[in-house]
Design a protein around this ligand. Structure first.
Ligand code: G1P
Length: 275
């Protein structure tokens, strides 16, 4: 049973400056809920109730968000405003939250390796909160956990993207074993259009088996001089098995201002419940 989910949240959020000058980008609200809470709710829905954050300096607001605010509780308890706290109360009841700091930003692979002390020696999920996935019957992580229970190997979520966007993603090549499921044979981090092996882009959902940690330790810096999880996964794919799964649902790239605004509009129109 997978119980743990890592959230690498150490990034600076430069694309959202000045909004992210003194607050974490993961706390920016998509309508009335911070971006990171959507990801945490998705993890908990999948049964991954032990949530681990790989954070950095200036990210304390995330830890405060997943803890009780006595002052607020005191003010709001017994009033008609309590309903506004219901979603975060539910998350706090169902999940546990652990924090570790990534002292230097050396890439996503390095961030995941930093989470090793939280994960230990078991399979775990990774959610990049920037990729907001909404409006499916079953969350993407839950879909992936179901697959993991069948295949028992690392899994990445993928989506078809236009050719001129492949340079933003890790891109896979694989043997199509059934509808929407590939056994990975190659993967490249942020390739040019010319070098991309396909247009199947990895989005920020992973299930990783714990042997990935040792592989990351032995993975040299790759694209942009950073330790890339994509490179480590390719090693794992060559040794054993990595699956790529075309998830059901809708994804927004909240790492870009455009995607963030689109997500906000979508959530407001389709999911937000006003009182
Ligand atoms: C990271 C990964 C990349 C993946 C992407 C998904 O890149 O390195 O392989 O496709 O997340 O969002 P980042 O967006 O952090 O540059």
């Amino acid at each position: 049973m997978i119980k743990k989910c890592l959230f690498p949240v150490a990034g600076y959020g430069t694309r959202f400056l000045p909004a992210t000058k003194s607050q974490p980008k993961e706390m920016l609200p998509v309508v009335n809920k911070p971006l990171v809470q959507y990801g945490v709710e998705e993890a908990i829905e999948a049964g991954l109730t032990e949530v681990g954050f790989v954070t950095g300096r200036g990210k304390r607001a995330i830890a405060d968000h997943f803890d009780i605010s006595y002052e607020l509780e005191n003010q709001i308890s017994g009033t008609g405003k309590e309903k506004y706290l219901s979603s975060i109360r539910k998350v706090m009841e169902e999940g546990t939250f652990t924090f570790t700091r990534q002292k230097e930003m050396l890439g996503l692979g390095h961030a995941i390796l930093t989470g090793r002390t939280i994960v230990g020696n078991e399979a775990f999920g990774v959610i990049l909160a920037d990729d907001l996935c909404v409006d499916q019957e079953e969350g993407v992580m839950k879909q992936m956990v179901n697959l993991y229970n069948q295949f028992r190997c690392s899994i990445v979520a993928i989506e078809e993207v236009p050719e001129d966007e492949v340079h933003k993603y890790g891109v896979i090549e694989g043997e199509n074993i059934k509808e929407g499921l590939y056994r990975v044979t190659n993967m490249v981090e942020k390739p040019s259009k010319e070098d991309a092996p396909s247009n199947l882009a990895i989005i920020g959902r992973y299930i990783l088996t714990p042997d990935i940690f040792e592989i990351i330790e032995n993975t040299p810096p790759g694209r942009n001089g950073e330790v890339q999880i994509t490179d480590a996964l390719l090693t794992q794919a060559k040794k054993g098995c990595v699956m790529a799964y075309k998830f059901r649902g809708k994804r927004f790239d909240c790492g870009s201002v455009k995607g963030f605004v689109e997500a906000s509009n979508y959530v407001f129109e389709n999911l937000y419940e006003d009182d």
